[in-house]
Ligand binder design. Sequence first.
Ligand SMILES: Cc1ncc(COP(=O)(O)O)c(C=O)c1O
Length: 385
Amino acid sequence: MRPVIAELPGSKIREVANAAMGRPDVLAFWFGESDEVTPDFVREAAARSIAAGDTFYSHNLGLPELREAIAAYVSDLHPAVNPGRIAVTSSGVSALMLAMQALAGAGDGVVAVVPVWPNLTAQPAILGATVRRVPLKVHADGAWRLDLDALLAAVTERTRVLLVNAPNNPTGWTLTRPEQQAILDHCRGTGTWVIADEVYERVYFRPGAAAAPSFLDLATPDDRVVVVHSFSKSFLMTGWRLGWLVAPERLVADAFGKLIEFNTSCAPVFVQRAGLAALAGAAGFVPGLIGRLQAGRDTLLPRLAALPGVEVATPDGGMYAFFRVQGEDDSLAFAKRLVTEAGLGLAPGAAFGPEAEGWLRWCFASRDPQRLVLGLDRLARALRL
Ligand SMILES: Cc1ncc(COP(=O)(O)O)c(C=O)c1O
């Protein structure tokens, strides 16, 4: 085995979950998904597709009608994008890996804004690239913000790729428009590609905004920018493994077709048909889902913030409360103790990098906000409050 693979850390979230094996009483908020099932109209489209015999390979880049529907959906939220810039992928995580495979290899420099979902930094490491971490900074209000000067100083002519995930998992940090512009201008100067993980773009709570600020709002079609999306979060389709990339047409045509062939060959056709149904129903479905996620956020955050010794900021985006408790510095040990003693399942901050040690992530994507209140009671009891 290559040493880099042997050295990959195991999932610390799984480690906590394993401590709860065989405990149906545990309230689990550790994974990044809602407890709601995929909407009926999406599941029915997949069932129809299977019944119709859609069991064969499809085009590497996805069904032409799905690429068109994605382009139309993206163009509704952002400046117009043509279908030639879209590649359908078997999940957001696969899209991220494909983008990294296309752009960075052994010895290349990659800069990542952290803490972040660990897959983003593991992927370049697997490919042999060198990852430099630029931490977000915690402010007195408990919110994480970008140190723009530190980021721009870290991205040089030797940086092949800048990885940015905003809205951010786990912190909820979201890029501002001026920060995006400064990053884009800087990367144009250094010749650096931006891989923007925008899978939470619709999970954004600023009133009147249908999506978080996106690099697609600023970049030209030929800028060195690849934007990664997923059906997982906005359409409750985590188990379906469907996502897409928006990239310069040349990269889609010359790189992604080939890379998809060698990775997965194509996304399953019935899953793509489910994706088509999801996009067709997006206007009627997504705002309601975001409303339910906001209800979860607004149930959890004020109550969590009111607990003595808890530091937390209300996130504008994403589906996580990211908090720390005074005196609890070992997040893995604390998360394990919460599971075993209180039946409360949270993700340890250490899973997202050393910058997040001492923090915990709580996914508030719960259809029934009372479940969150129950979890809060368990936390308060564990803290002897
Ligand atoms: C920041 C981020 N990017 C990408 C993904 C990938 O989502 P999927 O592979 O389910 O499309 C996730 C999932 O949790 C995520 O949190």
